[in-house]
Design a protein around this ligand. Sequence first.
Ligand code: WT7
Length: 660
Amino acid sequence: MSEALANLLNETRQFPPPAELAANANVKADAYDEAATDRLAFWERQAGRLAWSKQWEQTLDWSNPPFAKWFVGGQLNVAYNCLDRHVEAGLGDKVAIHWEGEPGDTRTLTYADLHKLTCQAANALTDLGVTAGDRVAIYLPMIPEAAAAMLACARIGATHSVVFGGFSADALTNRIQDASAKVVITADGGYRRGKPSALKPTVDEAVAKCPSVEHVLVVRRTGGDVAWSEKDHWWHETVETASPEHTAQPFDAEHPLFILYTSGTTARPKGILHTTGGYLTQASYTTHAVFDLKPETDVYWCTADIGWVTGHSYIVYGPLSNGATQVMYEGTPDTPHKGRFWEIVDKYKVTVLYTAPTLIRTMMKWGEDIPAGYDLSSLRVLGSVGEPINPEAWIWYRQHVGHGELPVVDTWWQTETGAIMISPLPGVTAAKPGSAMSPLPGIAADVVDDQGQSVPNGGGGYLVLTEPWPSMLRTIWGDDNRFLETYWSRFGAGAGSGSGGDWVYFAGDGAKKDDDGHVWLLGRVDDVMLVSGHNISTTEVESALVSHPSVAEAAVVGATDPTTGQAIVAFAIPRGSVETGGEAGEQLIADLRNHVAKTLGPIAKPRQIMLVPELPKTRSGKIMRRLLRDVAEHRSLGDVTTLQDSSVMELIAAGMSGGK
Ligand code: WT7
């Protein structure tokens, strides 16, 4: 880490925007001044980009911090803003989604088509007894029905909780139970890596443990056999036969729009709650500003999955509220071949591409000859999200995807922030490879030290957000205390007596300000790992390991990995009677890796598990993950003086099996 860090901070290259893009940009440098002069008036103008049924009376109510209310008294319908208003403006025949299935099947949905499907789904959900405020879980592959399902919920005021299709039955169960979802929308399966991958059996397993679920709506995607119960309804027999007439009813600006679960420092995921008016305002504005999206001419493609916040804000709500034409892809980047992404860019003439550092690093590994085999000349803006992007990957992206001249916007945000917070503007910023640069207009961020004091340029510390923003999380579903504890009690007024000052949001990321005051993100400072940009807590994986009958104790660390950013490395102490020698040990390791994948989902499968006789602990019994990280990253050990028993590391090194 320290070497990588030093390289990062020695990065001095800077790339100003192409002149033509700068001249025609949606948002120019004056936006920063405008927002600095009157932040709330700035956000009011951005809210004005949406269609409201009732004007708000107050821009921000911060009288009960950190519980914010934005656009108080205002009313709007999110689905109306994403669909009806474009159809009413005569854009019904415009393509909303160019959908590409992994096996190569395609569908084209115009705004009128997506509007019709959403209205039908809204009517079908209503017929199933779903009303405003009810929760609906969505567990779908990347098919247009996923967007329609989310928009249908928004249309009738039901709060959706999308669960990534790669999550296990246990993970799905916990999420359904936490939100008491009434309906689950799923599919028989989807296509992954060249073959159908079933979803319905996972839902069946979960629903059996979730009495709150009254109905399950099932999209037929793969045509595979499915078990059927009296709660199940086929989408094509329910939604596609429903009336396409539906009048969207306005909801309060603070009406709950969605819950999305993210990993925290304990095993229990946090249900991040987002509401209606402020969320849509910022998701919509940032799409317009950060991607310089021109709905008349751009073809936009965000490669994320709808199960993550990036899919919520930058596949569904941001692009559709702007009336964009976008590409949606079901599958993996190397199916059926490693040029699949570039083939899609070429085929649809994609102009704006938003992807993740882990994908860029994978493409780097596969070689520049692959993108060079396609016509990528349509591209004009490139985006990155999910984890820090190394300068080499940034340069490779610009060079081999961006024909050596395109702006790369490295966008920092989180599930909790709802929308992009820190990023270059493609027509304004002279970006530095590896830096998210500056807070967007209307956003206030800082880097502070342990005491919460702003660090000078050149200093490092913790990233904080110092003013409320429209798309901020409103709470953790059902757990206001955890919301206060996790985000607001580290610094500022929320830290309690004596700290004084304003409310400060603690993001959980380490950061540095360079000599020009630009922000460089340095990774998580808590026990959350970023594996391929996905947030996984060490505790979650530890709990999964300990739930296996052969494991007595476990510790998990995120080790630097050239492709996935961080990789999960686990240390497990087997129970006394368990055979760990030779083949039995290898078998146990394989079983444990599969056990974690089954418990949490394949993305949480450890890269490596080491069976150890002991774990390094401090005198107070805290596991010293720092030392385990040294082992996992093949470094010589750091300071061991606080170890309760300093011989334990030798024991680990000697008794370790399963090392690479
Ligand atoms: C964490 C949030 C935002 C959507 C995807 C992830 C890391 C995200 C960047 C970036 C450095 C980044 C942070 C953050 N992160 N984008 N551009 N540079 N780090 O959402 O799962 O809620 O994860 O992802 O550590 O806290 P998420």
